[in-house]
Design a protein around this ligand. Sequence first.
Ligand code: BG6
Length: 504
Amino acid sequence: MTNPLADELTTTRRPRPCVLVIFGATGDLTHRKLVPSLMRLAHDGLLPPGFSVIGFARRPWSNEDFRRGLTEAVARHGGDEAAIAFTQQARSFEFLQGTFDDAESYARLKSRLEELDVERDTSGNRVFYLATPPSSYAAILAHLESSGLSAEREHTFARVIVEKPFGHDFASARALNQQVARGFREHQVFRIDHYLGKETVQNIVALRFANGIFEPLWNEKFVDHVQITVAESIGIEGRGKYFEESGIIRDMIQNHLLQVMTLVAMEPPVSSDANAIRDEKVKVLRAIRSLTPEAVAQRTVRGQYGRGFVQGRDVPGYREEPDVAQDSRTETYAAIRINVDNWRWANTPFFLRAGKRLARRVTEIAIHFKRPPHLLYGNVHRRSLESNVLLIRVQPDEGISLRFGAKVPGPDFKIRGVRMDFDYGSAFGSQTADAYERLLLDAMLGDTTLFARRDEVEEAWRIVDSIVAGWSAAGSAPLAYEAGTWGPDAGDALLGDGRTWRRP
Ligand code: BG6
């Protein structure tokens, strides 16, 4: 199977030689995502010549220890082709033991980078990846700045990729942004939101702006409402400590759902330039007012899963998971009505929903159009007609479908909803690249389009903070729902006007 990135990039863009420094190189993210993705890129011939990796972490590992761990991880998470690529490239991966708050470790890093520039011809180009727990970000950023590693000289680049979570609330996100800005200018900063790297999420922009037929309908005159669902059947996967602090609103809504929503709701950008697109995205967030506690009570529903049955097996409730308090009030499900106060969307609500341990894993965007204003056929009741729905299936089963009414064959005049379908797999016959492949490559290319800009992150936190404040003022616990269902029943009531959540 061919990798679509390979087709696009071999003909258009190719990164310059560089060294990727991964802070937190012994961690799960490096093993599960980063290095397997890099090796798939290597297999497809998309990495630049001389490309090298320095894994920086505290453990007293040798290069051999580091490479041994990666060999196994790449085979497990990247597949056979990536594993072969790793055996061919293992020597370009090396380990540097250091502590994040020790200036001497950065001095050693700097001199090793300078040596590599000669040995591997990497010309002073560096990408720093913060794959550590967020508590280490401040120290690493401060040392990158004071050691001079964040500075760009003429014809060289220094970039930093920051993993999520980017802050815990508005104040901490702003403080982190300020810390980042001491060493790096905005064009050097790549804040990861892996949903933006998903092929189908990028296709939202293509669907809207590479076609003439959708955009004229894409507004409050024709769209009744929009549903954005990110449902997962998994639970919290042993991350009880983290999830107790974050809840689904910080884990999924502040970043992934609001980012996807901005792509659906934004105005046409003036160009495909990263800042032109991000200018339009941030305007959407600015058009969403902070919610008052009363609005939070009316426009949000929170849930927490109890025991249940998911995909053929019994699963424990959230409060029975390790590291979760027995009386925890953390939400594992949230549904939120968002009003975008601008001309395009004045009367069209966006409903966002995310949850753990729901009936199945599905991410989709459903544009529900208004019903026809007048019906020709007396025997067809207007309410009984299903509305037209344009469905963007982000995962799994990637594709787009349009639902419309058709006459059921026969002497009676009956209308039934039918679907017109586009399926990625059958149309292009190629696997979609993992989001991390795309994002790592874009960072090496210096393309910030698929990364969140400083103002976007802060605006999203402003909205989320107002919801969290409303929930804590209400002092109530989230509603219970059974694992393996579609969340609390009250989720439907939120939509109003006889609308219901899709049950994909
Ligand atoms: C992560 C969240 O950002 O996204 C996880 O921290 C979640 O809780 C994951 O499971 C979902 O990503 P994907 O790509 O599997 O939909």
